[in-house]
Design a protein around this ligand. Structure first.
Ligand SMILES: [Zn+2]
Length: 386
């Protein structure tokens, strides 16, 4: 049986390249996890997700507990079999979604009672119940059930919330059934207050988890505060544990966080953008609904081997979105996930080669440029990212 562990391969400053060994296979880090909210990465077949190079996907406890229900997924062989993803799956705890329900939820010291956004039925999540559900789903990596206050908030509100999350983390750990190759991550809270972040790391490392997540960021504080919070938080996490920055982010966020020592990411941005005609490229984003793409015979990116870029023009994708054809979101989600995976592979390769500073400067210079002009075809100045 494979033991769950993260092992380093190379370092550049605080950035790390490594491998995450799990019961469901090994993942190269740093890694981006596509979000498979209800047991599907929206608009993608699992073969398409695999083809982008994704090594691990995310599932949502809140959505799956409501529909089809955790016990049904367990009876059907677990989430891996149910969604045809034999690789590692990380499930969130449901906390973030439940806390976002606003008037539909009631928080107490023991857990949260809430009404389903689907049919209004009443449900309850506690640290124990969330952990049990993630076990029933057969999550490779389970997350602690926690509370994340919206920022900005007064320090005393953030402190109180963080301390409750730390008490809940202890209950999650007690409820977790340890198995070889499986993991549970504690979630560091504390807003943008360095002292509270440090207190949170101490509380979680005293309990002891296989990995640590940085929660409560990318909730409106801005990139500068997010990076300064990572600067004071990531170095406190044990060096041999994987570090996961939850719900982040833009390509620029990912690069800056990897430089600060983060190994794992998830975000709805590439998939959500793919459904709204927004394409990620080496030179920023394009809105394919824009009329300027209507007669453009070039691919979205000459460096992308996804189905959209290898077979179709910007003009065709523009047409699909204008005609509200379902193939538009399918092709563009594929492209955006391929871009995110290529971005992470390039960053990882640069850490291994010892060229991260140069690679990062190159990426940032490209993002600062405008989209390619038609006479730049075939884009001789941009080396393909491996
Ligand atoms: Zn593409």
């Amino acid at each position: 049986m494979t033991a769950f562990r993260w092992r380093a391969q190379a370092r550049s400053g605080r950035a790390r390249a490594g491998f995450l060994d799990t019961a469901h296979g090994t993942v190269a880090t740093p890694t981006f996890m596509p979000v498979g909210t209800v047991g599907t990465v929206k608009a993608m077949t699992m073969d398409a997700v695999r083809s982008t190079g994704a090594g691990i996907v995310l599932g949502n406890t809140y959505h799956l507990m409501l529909r089809p229900g955790a016990e049904r997924v367990r009876a059907l062989g677990g989430l891996h079999r149910f969604m045809d993803w034999p690789g590692p799956i990380l499930t969130d705890s449901g906390g973030f979604q439940v806390m976002s329900l606003g008037p539909l939820r009631k928080l107490d010291a023991d857990g949260v009672t809430f009404r389903s956004h689907i049919d209004g039925s009443k449900h309850r999540l506690t640290p124990e119940r969330s952990t049990d559900i993630q076990h029933a789903l057969d999550a490779t990596i389970s997350m602690c059930f926690d509370e994340c206050p919206a920022l900005p908030a007064p320090p005393e509100v953030i402190a109180q919330s963080m301390r409750m999350s730390m008490r809940w983390a202890e209950r999650c750990r007690t409820a977790f059934v340890a198995r070889p190759g499986y993991a549970q991550y504690g979630i560091i809270q504390g807003g943008t207050e360095p002292d509270l972040r440090a207190e949170s790391v101490r509380a979680l490392t005293d309990i002891g988890f296989e990995g640590y997540a940085i929660g409560g960021l990318a909730v409106g504080e801005g990139q500068e505060l997010m990076f300064s919070t990572l600067d004071v938080t990531v170095g406190l996490i044990p060096d041999d544990a994987p570090r996961y920055l939850m719900g982040v982010g833009t390509p620029d966020d990912l690069l800056g966080a990897v430089e600060r020592g983060v190994d794992m990411f998830d975000c709805v941005m590439p998939t959500r953008a793919g459904r709204t005609a927004r394409a990620y490229t080496e030179r920023g984003t394009l809105n394919l609904r824009n009329a300027r793409h209507a007669t453009d015979s070039r691919p979205i990116s000459p460096h992308c081997d996804c189905l959209a870029c290898s077979r179709h023009s910007r003009a065709y994708l523009h047409h699909l979105f204008r005609a509200n054809e379902i193939l538009g979101p399918m092709l563009l989600t594929w492209h955006n996930l391929a871009y995110y995976q290529r971005l992470m592979r390039g960053i990882r390769a640069a850490i291994v080669d010892g060229t991260l500073p140069e690679h990062a400067a190159h990426l940032r210079a490209q993002w600062a440029m405008e989209d390619w002009s038609p006479d730049e075809m075939p884009f001789p100045d941009i080396p393909p990212v491996p």
